[in-house]
Design a protein around this ligand. Structure first.
Ligand code: ZN
Length: 273
């Protein structure tokens, strides 16, 4: 009987573990921070004044905190707040040395955009930022299950420090997956289409709201098959691989954002060991 109980317990624990992201308390990583039992049920957890998702596991409530690539290495503070309740939890962010890459692009417009293009980019960046800052309460307190949005070789890793024609650019905020033009792209997890657009840098793009400030961005598509407000199940077709926007060849850029911090998407794919 005892053996059987142990088996059942282990099964339950491993099921929970599979659903959680892999923890990496580094720049561009994810911190899994257990919340104290005394925190009220409606507690909010904030990093840099942005709400982080909270999930419930067999061990209690845990905040899933995205750590920006631009965060300061060292001690960070999470604010816990609710009506008549305020507390904080400190955790340590470690450095991570991401590799460097130097790219030469022939279309110099996309390296040094002109004034009109910069204005367009500013509008588009603001539109995307508004989505990243959306916090939709979740009906369940589970972490969504993720799958790769397309199969293919990783052509550019997350966090890569990039230089275009010798000029330093923002580090790579997502994962590039090389795939044939026209290959179907799937929703990486359940969610709702929060935004679609044809952007200067990102090309044809779909943004998916997975709830509680967890947002996917899928870029450079040749075709978009979904519309804003559409509900998606993991694995639903959302478009086709392409090379629209700033892309040297057909590939999918998958960006994942948690509490407005772009994190390594592979952390939600690789199961916790
Ligand atoms: Zn990319």
């Amino acid at each position: 009987m005892r053996q059987r109980l142990t088996f059942i317990t282990l099964t339950i624990i491993s099921t929970y573990c599979l659903a959680l992201p892999q923890e990496s308390r580094t720049l561009g990583g994810i911190a899994l921070v257990p919340l104290p039992e005394y925190a009220p049920l409606d507690v909010q957890v904030l990093l840099n004044e942005v709400k982080a998702p909270i999930i419930t596991t067999s061990h209690g409530r845990t905040a899933i905190v995205g750590i920006p690539l631009t965060a300061t290495v060292g001690e960070a503070t999470l604010q816990l707040s609710a009506n008549d309740f305020s507390d904080s939890i400190n955790f340590t962010i470690a450095n991570k040395d991401y590799p460097e890459q130097r790219i030469t692009l022939k279309d110099t417009n996309k390296v040094s955009p002109n004034e009109e293009e910069l204005a367009r980019y500013a509008r588009e960046a603001a539109e995307q930022k508004a989505v990243y800052k959306t916090f939709t309460p979740s009906s369940s307190n589970n972490w969504p299950t993720f799958q790769m949005p397309v199969r293919g070789e990783f052509s550019s890793p997350f966090g890569l420090k990039r230089f275009f024609n010798g000029e330093a650019r923002d580090p790579h905020s997502g994962l590039d997956i090389a795939a044939a033009e026209g290959k179907t792209v799937y929703a990486p997890a359940d969610g709702m289409v929060a935004q679609t657009g044809d952007y200067f840098f990102n090309g044809q793009t779909v943004m998916i709201n997975h709830g509680q400030g967890v947002i996917s961005m899928l870029c450079h598509l040749s075709k978009i098959n979904v519309t804003i407000g559409q509900t998606l199940k993991r694995g639903d077709a959302i478009g086709k691989v392409g090379h629209t926007g700033r892309a040297t060849g057909p590939h999918l850029h998958w960006g994942l954002s948690i509490n407005n911090a772009r994190v390594n998407p592979l952390l939600v794919i690789t199961p916790t060991p």
